[in-house]
Every structure is written in structure tokens, then in C-alpha cells.
Design a protein around this ligand. Structure first.
Ligand code: AMP
Length: 293
């Protein structure tokens, strides 16, 4: 596995790959890798000659008072895991190299960036969009993979790729969960024992909405209320949002019809966790479906 740690070398390597006609599958990450991240490597592989992963804790997507400084970092462990997973190239740039002092350009995705997680994390998705735009230009992948875990992020990245004609195909990987339903996340490492025991309430709350739909309830306010009741069972759980929205526009759905994104964010202690499911209601049947475009 090759490791490249600076922009100029990454650019040279991409140019060589392009001349050699190699198709790169690319997985952007912030490191502290778990099985969820590694599943994205597998999704990147089909149809590609090389898989590249970036590890970059992007300061631009953290707000003041968020966990940039204490975000978990384990570069040696990450490199070993990627090597074992058959990753071909890992790109580990430094923030000072990624963002020149005179850099000014940012990528905004109005409306989509302001709802759900964007409401409590102002500026977050501009940071994501800007770094992904830069990474795509540096790595020049044929395929880019995002996890459904960060559904809003995937939806925004799909929008950006379409709107700006990025020459890259996007794939979305399903959410990897622990056996009790908790979505794998680098931030799960922050949870105390008691918090970890309560954290699966987040997924249980989403399933309550699925059950409510299966029972015939279609009013979003009632469904969301039931989910909040589940979350209220956690002593350490504080709700940021529970919403039922259109999976493309992220607009709230008053009544559930067609495909919906059921998304929630909670604080468990001081750790912010997110989760989602996409449900399709058709002919009175409710099924979970993958997020796709
Ligand atoms: P992060 O390192 O948290 O920025 O995540 C990098 C990529 O991995 C993003 O596209 C995430 O959506 C994805 N990811 C994180 N956790 C999971 C998971 N549990 N299952 C699937 N994909 C995930």
C-alpha cells in the first residue's frame, strides 16, 4: 500500500494513473477507522483498478466548540487496517497543506446544507463540500463512495456532483451496525459504559417510526412523537432532531407517502450521534430501502 502525505505528490500520482488508464475508487474518511469504513473500501472496488482512501480530519467542517482537537486519531491502526483490507493508496494530507492561508473559495449548497444536521452545525456541510471538491480534484477518482450513515452528506454530495458536473460516479454504502443496532461511528469511542448501553435507543426510535407506519399511522408529527418517547427512556439522551423528510429535497413530509428519509441526531452525554433509515410506503406496505439516486 502506498502512502502519500502531500497535495503535490497526490496530484502527480493521479496524473500518472490517469495516463495509465487506471480507474480509481475513492473513499474519503476522517480516520479512526472501523468496519463501517472498511465496508466502503469493498463497495469502491468493483469496476476499479485501484482503491484510494483519504484520512483527513478536516478543520473546515468543525464548528467552534466542537470536537476537532479531541477527534479520535489512530493513524498506525488505520494504516494497518487499510493494508489488510487491500487498499492500494492512502492519502494523509496535513491541514496546512490542504488550506493555503490565502484560500477563500468555499462550496455552498443552499437549503440542503441548512436543515437536519446543518441546523445545529452551521457551516459543517460547506466544510464537507469544499474538502470533497478538493479531494476529488486531487485524487481524480472514477468512483467515490459515501456511507448512508451520513445520509445528508451523501445527498449533498450527490447534488454537488450533479450541479458542478464532477466527472465521478457516486456509490452509497449501507450502514454497518453493532449487533444491538448502534451504527458504527468513530465517535462511539467517546461513550461511557452507561452511555453506550443507552445509545441503541437512537436506532430503536427510528424502528418505532417504521413500526408506526406498518401499523397504518401516516402523520409525521405522531410518528416523531412516538420516536421521541423511546428516546426519553435514556437518562443521558438529549434529542437534537427527529425528522421525516423527502430523501432528495430534505423537505419535511407532513404525511408519509413514497420514499422518506427518517433521520435523527441525539446527544448521549456530550457525544452527538446520528442515524437514519429510508422507508418506502407503497400499496400499504412499508419496506426499508437503500438510499439511492
Ligand atoms: P467519517 O470518517 O466519519 O467522515 O466517515 C467516512 C465515511 O464513512 C463517510 O462516507 C461515512 O458515511 C462512512 N461511514 C461512517 N460510519 C459508517 C457506518 N457505520 N456504516 C457505513 N458507512 C459509514
Amino acid at each position: 500500500m502506498e502512502r502519500i502525505a502531500d497535495r503535490a505528490s497526490m496530484r502527480r500520482r493521479s496524473e500518472e494513473s490517469r495516463r495509465a488508464g487506471l480507474r480509481i475508487g475513492f473513499v474519503p474518511t476522517m480516520g479512526a477507522l472501523h468496519d463501517g469504513h472498511l465496508s466502503l473500501v469493498e463497495v469502491a472496488r468493483p469496476g476499479c483498478d485501484r482503491v484510494a482512501v483519504s484520512i483527513f480530519v478536516n478543520p473546515l467542517q468543525f464548528g467552534p466548540g466542537e470536537d476537532l482537537e479531541r477527534y479520535p486519531r489512530d493513524l498506525d491502526g488505520d494504516l494497518a487496517r487499510l493494508e489488510a483490507a487491500g487498499c492500494d493508496l492512502v492519502f494523509t494530507p496535513e491541514a496546512a497543506d490542504m488550506y493555503a492561508e490565502d484560500a477563500r473559495t468555499i462550496v455552498m449548497i443552499p437549503e440542503l446544507e441548512d436543515v437536519l444536521c446543518g441546523r445545529s452545525r452551521p457551516g459543517h456541510f460547506r466544510g464537507v463540500a469544499t474538502v470533497v471538491a478538493k479531494l476529488v480534484n486531487l485524487v481524480q477518482p472514477a468512483v467515490i463512495v459515501f456511507g448512508q450513515k451520513d445520509a445528508q452528506q451523501a445527498i449533498l454530495m450527490h447534488r454537488m456532483i450533479e450541479d458542478l458536473d464532477f466527472p465521478v460516479a457516486m456509490r452509497v454504502a449501507p450502514i454497518r451496525r453493532d449487533p444491538d443496532g448502534l451504527a458504527m461511528s468513530s465517535r462511539n469511542a467517546y461513550l461511557s459504559g452507561e452511555e453506550r448501553r443507552e445509545a441503541p435507543l437512537l436506532h430503536a426510535a427510528l424502528r418505532t417510526i417504521q413500526q408506526g407506519l406498518a401499523d397504518g399511522e401516516r402523520r409525521s408529527t405522531t410518528l416523531v412523537e412516538r420516536a421521541r418517547e423511546v428516546l426519553a427512556r435514556g437518562k443521558h439522551v438529549r434529542v437534537d432532531y427527529v425528522e421525516i423528510v423527502d430523501p432528495l429535497t430534505l423537505r419535511r413530509k407532513g404525511t408519509v407517502t413514497g420514499p422518506v428519509l427518517v433521520a435523527a441526531a441525539v446527544f448521549v452525554g456530550s457525544t452527538r450521534l446520528i442515524d437514519n433509515i429510508v422507508l418506502e410506503v407503497r400499496d400499504g406496505e412499508v419496506r426499508e430501502v437503500p438510499l439511492r439516486f
